[in-house]
Design a protein around this ligand. Sequence first.
Ligand SMILES: [Zn+2]
Length: 131
Amino acid sequence: MSVKKKEITLQVAQKLLNHLPEPLNGELKILLDRAEKGQDTTIDVIDLLSAHDNIRLWMQEQISIQSDLKGDGTRGFSSLAGAPTSVPASQKWVCPKSECPRSLPVIREDEDPPTCEVHGVVMVRVSKKKG
Ligand SMILES: [Zn+2]
């Protein structure tokens, strides 16, 4: 994995802090702290977050947005052939401000909605169009 891609992976993972339930959050925090001190924990971060489908898909989506789809063909959150490459719309939280790109994966159906860090508003689930 390229250095650039590792950086992006860690940056994206950082956005999940505060949103992940324990013990995932605590484990991610430890890995990110170690990365900050210069250790290469990217693979551990990927292993930790890949365990949850929505998180894995969301990471993949965010990383591809940030790396502008210039994949380096090495191990990361790349999907298997034929597997979905992004989180189903109903499985993510988005900022209600239409121009805001912020999103977060839904981790548990009964979780509290996260808040958009930019706008300070409660994020919403994308639902099917109202009839
Ligand atoms: Zn926003």
